[in-house]
Ligand binder design. Structure first.
Ligand SMILES: Cc1ncc(COP(=O)(O)O)c(C=O)c1O
Length: 624
């Protein structure tokens, strides 16, 4: 079977008790590290070292493992399986192998990651007469002192040979084929039982692992490896590109990312449960998320959508806005605020913003109102509540609807009320991973208008009040149940996330206040900021341009972003409005820079970012 090539036996039958509750649903070898199941990482490492023949011993949920790995042909290897129907221990499960390899073979636990070259262990074994070579790891060392005392007083200390402690539980062995004959069939047999059976002890050989090693079947190790990309890449012995994830914190030399969602076991567990319930499209969990949002904001209705852009589109349609209508929008925003208007068939009319708050300037709105204007969409920039009362005054005067694009503002407050309740006719929230809470993608419209909420439900659901009965032209804009389940968990964390982000923002304000030419966010009295982003202005007296600062931060491993380049200057809108000029928006956009902010950002990170900005302000000339 092996054509002289050594065989590897991978132990993958354990129940993963230490990893409960995750292993309740998924066997431990299929839990992910980086973007792959653990067992695939182990196999890929072995393939990299030239191994081609694998036997995998299965037990708990073995069918799932088999279904994922198959016979290995797609990877250019061969995989065969054994299945135990009762636990046989690491060594006991070897007795199930039907075709016993003719040469010494490698045995490795399916949850062991190491950058040790495993061929080296095989080669080392080959140089001995051993039946078994066991990989050992060093776990401690200390020197002993011998004391010479007189009347309790130490006269002299003599250092003796250092004592080194090893563990044999590395989960990596090389076995000679004869070993299998020693093991009694069909009974539980672990490595210590084998040692007792091998009477000539010089036939047991040790090999000290000289690299990194982790048994990620232990929760703390699993968590450590998954939260440290550098360690993960090293343990998996793979080139960087092979372990890439979409995670916002995996970006080349960037060590402080812009944003980091507060996601953990709770969201993972909630999604597991949904998947295993098999009810994966919009259902109970989405409803629970909607109810949770209503409760959090104190509003009457919340309608969930697949993302914020379609939520805004559906809202415009539900409000009867379409062809021939004009809607006033800011330009210092993500482009969806305006494109949703176009998708509804109406015209987006860009207005300018206030230089301090970056929110729509009420005076500029008034200048742009025509007899076609139907609505104003106000954006609460980055979590900074806009002056709703000032905007309502204008809207009421001209019979316009006020729509709130609160995509970035969950948790923000205006005059003691949560943004998204009691302001405009309705508000839209987005839950992409950079927002304060995330459902991957996700959107929500909140309103106190029952008729509007009903319309929104029809529109997002094929215009269908009941199955296969369609009363209006609708869309499929529904949220999935996995999104809903994540949302429920995220909402529980929102108060803590906001507390953390506000503390970090205060700390930033403190640190940056001392840097001349850096203007931290201005927060008016009526607003409690929710700091989805933390945007500074680089003023004229700062000796560096905004773009220079951005590049210098990047070189120091700090991410930063321009939120936003003006929407009206994007090529698509430039074609529609070639001569439109919004001087304040354009000026603001040239000088702003958003800095990293997320709940797990540490004060030391803020110290470091502030120190870099301070240092840049002290020097002129090329940046090192
Ligand atoms: C102000 C604003 N409006 C609309 C959207 C669109 O939301 P989504 O990305 O969920 O479609 C965003 C997005 O992220 C946004 O920041």
């Amino acid at each position: 079977m092996s054509n002289g090539e050594p065989t590897v036996v991978i132990m993958a039958g354990g129940k993963g008790i230490r990893m409960l509750p995750f292993t309740e649903h998924v066997p431990k070898p299929l839990l992910p590290v980086g973007n792959k199941p653990i067992i695939e990482v182990v196999i890929d490492k072995l393939i990299n070292e030239g191994f081609k023949h694998f036997i995998i011993t299965l037990g708990y949920k073995g069918d799932m493992i088999k279904a994922i790995l198959g016979d290995g042909r797609d990877r250019g290897i061969s995989i065969s399986y054994t299945t135990e129907d009762k636990p046989l221990g690491t060594i006991g499960s070897l007795t199930l192998i039907e075709e016993i390899p003719q040469d010494p073979f490698l045995v490795i636990n399916g949850d062991v990651l190491t950058d040790q070259n495993l061929r080296e262990i095989l080669n080392h074994h080959g140089r001995t007469q051993a039946l078994v070579t066991v990989a050992i790891t060093r776990y401690g060392e200390h020197s002993r002192f011998g004391h010479i005392q007189r009347d309790g007083e130490i006269l002299n200390e003599i250092e003796e040979k250092p004592l080194v402690y090893y563990e044999i539980g590395a989960g990596i062995y090389v076995m000679a084929p004869e070993v299998i004959k020693i093991i009694p069939k069909d009974c539980f047999f672990d490595f210590p039982d084998l040692i007792n059976k091998i009477e000539e002890h010089d036939r047991i050989n040790c090999f000290e692992i000289n690299g990194f090693w982790k048994d990620i079947g232990r929760p703390q190790d699993y968590e450590e490896v998954n939260s440290d990309m550098g360690l993960l890449k090293r343990l998996c012995c793979l080139p960087a590109g092979d372990m890439t994830t979409e995670s916002p914190n995996d970006m080349g030399n960037i060590s402080i990312p812009m944003a980091m969602p507060s996601l953990s076991y709770e969201e993972a567990r909630a999604c597991f449960d949904v998947v295993l319930s098999t009810w994966v499209n919009e259902g109970r969990k989405v409803k629970e998320f909607e109810d949770g949002i209503c409760h959090y904001l104190s509003c009457d209705h919340a309608v969930a959508f697949f993302n914020g852009t379609v939520a805004l589109h559906a809202l415009l349609v539900a409000l009867g806005i379409g062809s021939g209508d004009e809607v006033i929008v800011p330009s210092l925003t993500f482009v969806s605020t305006a494109t949703a208007v176009l998708h509804a068939g109406a015209t987006a009319v860009f207005a300018d913003v206030d230089e301090k708050t970056f929110n729509l300037d009420p005076l500029d709105i008034e200048k742009r109102i025509t007899d076609r204007t139907k609505a104003v969409i106000v954006v609460h920039y980055g979590g900074q509540a806009a002056d709703i009362d000032a905007l309502l005054k204008i809207c009421n005067k001209h019979c316009l609807l006020l729509i709130e694009d609160a995509a970035e503002a969950i948790g923000a407050e205006y005059k003691g009320r949560k943004v998204g309740s009691g302001g405009g006719v309705a508000a839209m929230f987005s839950f992409t991973p950079t927002k304060n809470i995330t459902t991957g993608e996700g959107g929500m419209v909140t309103t106190d208008d029952a008729h509007l909420a009903n319309n929104l439900r029809l529109i997002k659901n094929h215009g269908s009040p009941e199955p296969y009965h369609h009363t209006i032209l609708g869309y499929n804009y529904r949220m999935t149940e996995m999104q809903g389940a994540m949302g429920v968990e995220q909402l529980k964390k929102l108060p803590a996330i906001l507390r953390q982000k506000r503390t970090i923002a205060d700390y930033y304000q403190n640190k940056l206040g001392a840097v001349p030419g850096i203007v931290p966010p201005y927060v008016p009295d009526y607003s409690v900021h929710s700091y989805m982003i933390f945007t500074i202005k680089i003023a004229g007296e700062y000796p560096r341009s905004r773009d220079e600062v951005m590049q210098a931060l990047c070189r120091k491993g700090i991410d930063s972003k321009i939120y936003f380049p003006p929407a009206h200057l994007q090529p698509f809108f430039r074609e529609l409005y070639p001569h439109l000029s919004l001087p304040v928006c354009e000026k603001v956009s040239r000088s702003i820079l958003s800095l990293p902010i997320y709940a797990s950002l540490s004060p030391q990170d803020v110290d470091y970012i502030a120190a870099v900005l301070h240092e840049l302000s002290q020097t002129k000339g090329p940046i090192s």
